[in-house]
Design a protein around this ligand. Structure first.
Ligand code: FAD
Length: 497
């Protein structure tokens, strides 16, 4: 409500924002969450809330008139199509050297992601967040995050024969024949539901290709976990289709927050101002970095330090496909939820998720999203002439990721006598090096903030999302984002309230 005062305002409803909302509410604090995306609680004309990956429509993209699918081509042909401009669920946000995919809506990235819920190997943690106590994370906060997120494991006996994971088993065979370590990976998709989908006893979601534009069943996204529990406290209000554009100090130690209400065409229908005692930035790595960079540069939060906008990385994401022999079909029905990966992190700096290619036809292709040890870090800066916040990442900075991924796939191709697919990202292009699903950093822990996410320069302002993590987690990031948020909010509740 215009002119209102709230004790705590949370910007964004992804992992960081959901943890903050639940724990603050449980501590007796009233919380208002402002989310720029939609609520995603109402079916469309087809009776479904979310669109299928194979049939993108108006619900699929954030304010685009044409889809921008991560795999842009198939057999060399472009597959993108026109869609009505709408506040859809997946944002393919273009910067000059990279497209950053993000979820938009109540639940943030949990609405669109693969659900792979990976806790990094303990020996790698020091390189991820060097100022954080490792014992505390592995004894308390990772277990807490895993439990609250509903992380579960696929039943391996079932996985060994399920038609929808034939692509996973082919991935394993090829990994093991080249002596790579192959691991089954936990997920937040309800694996018991998946078994029923495969058996044909419940409505199909993952097995029918739903994922990138939302899952109608099976996925334990944040609205079913953290946010459901937060709402049940009676202390949490969530306002969708509202975007925070400014936060600035006013008298009494409070902050004035400017919020734009959006229509589903992206137009601003109202501008409101509220005041808050505390503001948690949880707009995601890109959203939080853009806001803070702009607010510092335009003089609304001038005392933020010079670490704002720095330390951004792509979690080393790079994609590729391999063309298998005709005796290695990967299956025409592939679950869109990945369950496995190839771990060559220690030797080659790459963890490759065996990803689905849910086209509905046999492709004889194996497809991988690799997370690699890429040392390049980019910076956000305010461009006064265009009024935009730019990111200086360059496409060529993916080369270390390609080199790391090749430590796996060159060897597998040599063993199998196979080649890379060249038709998935354009015409004769092997590497999907133009994108990331895993933006991290921009307001790094213990640099832009103290060791618990308190922004330097402004008591009462906090960062609690992927912006805190300096560019790489060695695995898929959301469990680490959640666990770090749990750690930080526990300290903030104990010391600051
Ligand atoms: P987010 O989840 O991005 O939430 C930020 C929220 O803030 C969004 O809802 C956004 O709309 C909102 N917002 C932004 N700006 C504003 C503003 N100014 N005002 C109001 N609201 C705002 N990770 C894994 O661990 N495993 C996976 O399998 C996996 N698969 C993925 C697949 C895809 C296609 C994508 C896109 C991501 C995937 N990820 C995966 C990454 C994971 O989803 C993100 O790391 C995670 O969601 C980041 O959490 P966060 O809390 O930092 O921000």
């Amino acid at each position: 409500v215009d002119g209102a005062h709230v004790p705590v305002l949370v910007v964004g409803s992804g992992y960081g924002g959901s943890v903050a909302a639940l724990r603050l509410a449980q501590a007796g604090v009233d919380v208002h969450v402002v989310e720029m995306g939609m609520a995603w609680d109402t079916p469309g004309p087809d009776g479904k809330i979310f669109a299928n990956t194979t049939a993108p429509d108006y619900r699929s993209y954030w304010l685009r008139t044409r889809t921008k699918q991560p795999l842009s081509n198939f057999l060399g042909f472009p597959i993108d199509r026109d869609v009505p401009r709408y506040t859809g669920i997946l944002d393919a946000e273009d910067f000059s050297g990279i497209t950053v995919y993000q979820g938009r809506g109540v639940g943030g990235g949990s609405l669109v992601n693969g659900g792979m819920a990976v806790t990094p190997r303990r020996e790698n943690f020091g390189a991820i967040l060097p100022s954080v106590n490792v014992d505390e994370m592995y004894n308390v906060f990772y277990p807490r995050a895993n439990a609250e997120l509903g992380v579960n494991n696929v039943d391996q006996a079932w996985w060994e024969t399920a038609a929808c994971y034939q692509y996973g088993r082919v991935g394993r065979k090829h990994a093991q024949r080249s002596n790579f370590s192959f691991v089954l990976v936990p997920n937040v998709y309800d694996m018991a539901y998946m078994q029923q989908e495969q058996a044909g006893t419940v409505p199909k979601s993952a097995v029918a290709g739903e994922l990138l534009y939302g899952n109608n069943h099976g996925k334990k996204s944040l609205p079913k976990t953290y946010l459901a529990r937060a709402r049940a406290t009676g202390r949490v209000a969530i306002t969708p289709l509202h975007r925070v554009t400014s936060v600035a100090p006013v008298s009494g130690g409070r902050f004035a927050v400017v919020v734009e209400q959006l229509g589903t065409g992206g137009e601003v229908t109202a501008t409101k101002q509220v005041t808050a005692d505390r503001v948690f930035f949880a707009a995601g790595s890109v959203g939080t970095s853009k806001l803070l960079t702009r607010l510092k540069a335009t003089g609304r939060l001038p005392n933020l330090n010079n670490e704002i906008g720095k330390g951004w990385g792509d979690n080393g994401n790079v994609m590729c496909g391999r063309a298998n022999h005709l005796w290695d079909p990967t299956g025409s029905v592939q679950s869109s939820v990945p369950t496995a990966g190839i771990d060559n992190w220690a030797a080659g700096g790459a963890f490759a998720e065996v990803a689905p290619l849910p086209t509905g036809i046999e492709t004889y292709a194996s497809f991988y999203l690799s997370i690699t040890r890429n040392p390049n870090r980019a910076q956000f800066s305010y461009n006064a002439s265009t009024g935009t916040v730019d990111l200086n990442w360059q496409t060529a900075w993916k080369q270390p990721s390609i080199d790391a991924a090749k430590t796996i796939f060159d060897r597998i191709n040599a063993t199998e006598g196979t080649i890379y697919r060249t038709d998935l990202f354009g015409v004769y292009k092997i590497w999907g090096d133009h994108l990331t699903y895993h933006p991290l950093g921009g307001a790094v822990l213990n640099r832009a903030t103290d060791n618990y996410g308190r922004l330097h320069g402004y008591p009462g302002l906090y960062v609690i999302d992927g912006a805190l993590i300096p560019g790489n987690t060695s695995v898929n990031p959301f469990v680490t984002i959640t666990a770090l948020a749990e750690r930080n909010i526990a300290r903030i509740i104990a010391d600051d309230l």
